[in-house]
Design a protein around this ligand. Structure first.
Ligand code: ADP
Ligand code: MG
Length: 696
């Protein structure tokens, strides 16, 4: 576990901006969301900017509907003013006069913070006073605060202490179209609150049109008389021109190549107008961009009738700010912009000037597999609603065209709507949270889209094996309660709790903190630098696996005299490691609150590995004699991810992984080398000795 100090040439990391900090249950597929905000009126005064927003014309109508209905489902395109304006309209209409608050719940912490800063600026106040925010590990509010932006996780937590949300007059649930787990739990809970507290109003803000289900979920009117409805939809109309849809005659084998070919043809034949193409992930986007640019370089793309040149730009969430900004800038008259984007351009941002859309028909998402009992990242066909949303992006300037890279028959076979996360991921945290909120019968809880009973049962079984609930299904004290309140993945909370007992909480805290931040390693694109980066990473690698390797990185960074230089030298992201430090401090604080003793194993790896096993044991696999890994339960074939230390090192017999990534194969991520007997020691209900013996 020791680090050797190698003399390496100083090299500036190519890009330090790619730090993604994940809140609990934030979507991990960073390329599908962005926190980038484009402001087309930035040169006007703030008040003038506010009045230019499409939502401004609806101000009085929104206020009227909130007097009349208890739930307003507000639909409007990204950028129209939902998140920043509604809370201000509500304050102006005196919804906060009885010292009550307006709460706005956001799926991502960065959104909560930037929105609060923006609204503080628009209202000419100091951030944290009238307008503040509260996110995990960070608060900025006072007793003056009237508008409080927060993450959905924080709101859930507050409901544990204040189930009727008495200090709020209005709750805005933002980005509801994302339908992530916490938003769905919140909707279920808010429905309960509305029944008990008639004075509460809720606004559900969504960027897509699919809103009827949500309205119906909150409608308490059981008669046919719509006058008695308690819930209503309002849409903020943007400009929408007709979009002509084209399908393929035959399916294509490779949609990236098909996208590139379509762009080339389109550019050569169609009149001016920018192009937006949807692919599923960063690698695909980069591949399409480089295919197009090499075509341009080799003059394979002919100029179109109006003699425009093609300007190719990538767009995804982890792209540096300045590159995201380029996508929004107007091209010159003799240029046609083509933006190759992940799902971010579907709802997360609105790119102006698009006339042509190309839709590959797929999207990357997290999907729970009941066989392996793990979440996987998979590429799946989009829903019809998603395809419509993508096409609609072509009709904002003038009549547009959308090219779907699939047949019309295949379109008709697509699911109508995207499955909410609740119906496609593991439910450990859902059960824990609901239990902590005092909901006894989780199976009967009124979810907007109920998960399958089978998945709920799997979650119960695993929570029992983790020691979080007892035989009767109640949270155990203190472990279950601690896990529910820890604001971390339950498996990681378990690791922390166990590390207190095994005398290595210091090390496990570092490891868990490292796992909260993505892109610790800087990966230069160019050949020579990338080889050097890989060599540098090898200095940290150990046969115990990726988690101990992360610990080595953290310890190296921590003990260096000049952390910034250390990071540059070792191709580490300084920014990312600073984040890790912040998170680490917070986790330590929480551990103190829950009386988990601080301790260190002083360089011995066994207690650390055992603590890891105590949390990650459900994710165990063994090396089959055929040379591939298989899950112990379910017998599913798994592969080592190329980022893992075991991709090049000798492969261990028994391993644990943090998650599975599914691209062409099922890849285990962040692998740890363990001993078989530890599995039986820490999870006797889950693995029996006799079962394990069969494998070796
Ligand atoms: P919505 O929630 O409907 O997507 P927002 O209320 O977030 O829209 O934003 C409305 C508009 O306010 C944006 O189109 C942009 O012009 C401006 N805006 C919002 N946030 C910022 C920000 N952080 N910086 C600059 N402009 C912003
Ligand atoms: Mg918004």
């Amino acid at each position: 576990m020791n680090l050797s100090g190698h003399a390496v040439k100083f090299l500036k990391p190519s890009n330090d901006n790619n730090v993604v900090y994940l809140d609990k249950n934030e979507p991990i597929i960073e390329s599908n969301v962005t926190n980038f905000v484009y402001n087309r009126h930035h040169s006007l005064s703030l008040q003038a900017q506010r009045q230019k927003l499409p939502i401004f014309n609806y101000r009085n109508h929104i206020l009227y509907l909130l007097e009349k209905y208890s739930c307003l489902v507000l639909v409007g395109e990204t950028g129209c003013g939902k998140s920043t304006q509604i809370p201000q309209y509500l304050v102006e209409a005196e919804w906060t006069k009885d010292e009550t608050l307006i709460g706005v719940a956001e799926p991502r912490r960065v959104a909560a913070i930037t929105l609060a800063s923006r609204v503080a600026e628009e209202t000419g106040t100091i951030l944290g006073e009238e307008v503040g925010y509260s996110v995990r590990f960070d608060d900025c509010i006072t007793n003056k605060t009237q508008i409080k932006y927060m993450t959905t996780g924080i709101l859930l937590r507050e409901m544990m202490a204040d189930p009727l949300l008495n200090k709020y007059s209005i709750i805005v649930l933002d980005e509801a179209h994302e339908r992530n787990i916490q938003a769905d739990i919140l909707m279920g809970l808010l429905k309960k609150v509305l029944k008990k507290r008639k004075s509460l109003k809720i606004v559900i803000a969504s960027a897509t049109l699919d809103a009827e289900n949500i309205r119906d979920f909150f409608n308490f009117n059981t008669t046919k008389d719509s006058v008695k409805d308690t819930s209503v939809i309002m849409s903020v109309q943007g400009r929408n021109f007709p979009v002509e849809i084209y399908y393929l005659q035959e399916p294509v084998p490779d949609y990236v190549t098909a996208t590139v070919n379509t762009i080339v043809k389109l550019h050569e034949r169609e009149p001016p107008g920018d192009i937006l193409a949807f692919l599923t992930g960063q690698e695909e986007v980069d591949r399409a961009v480089s295919m197009l640019t090499s075509n341009i370089r080799d003059n394979l793309i002919k100029r179109n009738p109006s003699k425009q040149e093609l300007v190719v730009l990538p767009m995804y969430g982890s792209l540096p700010y300045s590159d995201q900004l380029k996508v929004f800038r107007r091209a010159d008259d003799n240029q046609r912009k083509v933006i190759i984007s992940t799902n971010v351009a579907e709802t997360s941002v609105t790119i102006p000037g698009i006339v042509y859309v190309i839709d590959c028909g797929f999207v990357k998402m997290r999907w729970f597999n009941t066989e392996t009992q793990t979440d996987r990242l998979v590429v799946v066909p989009v829903s019809q609603a998603s395809a419509e949303q993508r096409s609609g992006r072509a009709g904002r300037m003038r009549a547009g065209k959308a090219y779907r890279l699939y047949t019309e028959e295949d379109f008709k076979k697509l699911p109508l709507n995207t499955l909410p996360e609740m119906q496609r991921t593991n439910l450990l945290d859902v059960v824990l949270q609901l239990k902590a909120l005092g909901i006894d019968n989780v199976l009967r809880f009124n979810f907007p889209s109920p998960p399958s009973a089978k998945n709920l049962m799997i979650a119960f079984e695993l929570l029992y094996a983790l020691g979080a609930i007892d035989m009767t299904g109640n949270l155990t004290k203190p472990d279950g309660l601690t896990m529910a309140e820890f604001a971390l993945e339950p498996l990681f909370s378990k690791m922390l709790i166990e590390s207190g007992k095994l005398g290595c909480s210091d090390e496990i805290t570092s490891i868990v903190s490292m796992l909260q931040v993505e892109n610790i390693f800087v990966k230069p694109r160019s050949g020579e630098a990338s080889i050097r980066a890989r060599k540098q990473k090898r200095n940290f690698e150990v046969h115990e696996g990726d988690l101990i390797t992360l610990l080595n990185v953290y310890n190296g960074y921590r003990s260096s005299d000049n952390a910034r230089a250390y990071c540059s030298r070792h191709f580490l992201s300084y920014k990312a490691l600073q984040r890790v430090d912040e998170i680490r401090t917070r986790i330590e604080h929480t551990m103190r609150n829950y009386n988990i003793p601080k301790s260190s194993s002083n360089g011995f790896s066994e207690p650390i590995l055992k603590s890891i096993t105590a949390g990650l044991f459900p994710n165990a696999a063994y090396l089959h004699h055929s040379g591939v890994y298989k899950t112990i339960r379910g017998d599913i074939e798994l592969y080592i991810h190329p980022n893992s230390v075991f991709y090049t090192m000798q492969q261990p017999q028994w391993v644990l992984y943090t998650e599975i990534l599914f691209t062409n194969k099922l890849y285990m991520q962040e692998i740890t080398n363990i001993k078989e007997e530890w599995l039986i020691e820490v999870a006797p209900h889950f693995y029996r000795k006799t079962n394990l013996r069969d494998f070796v």
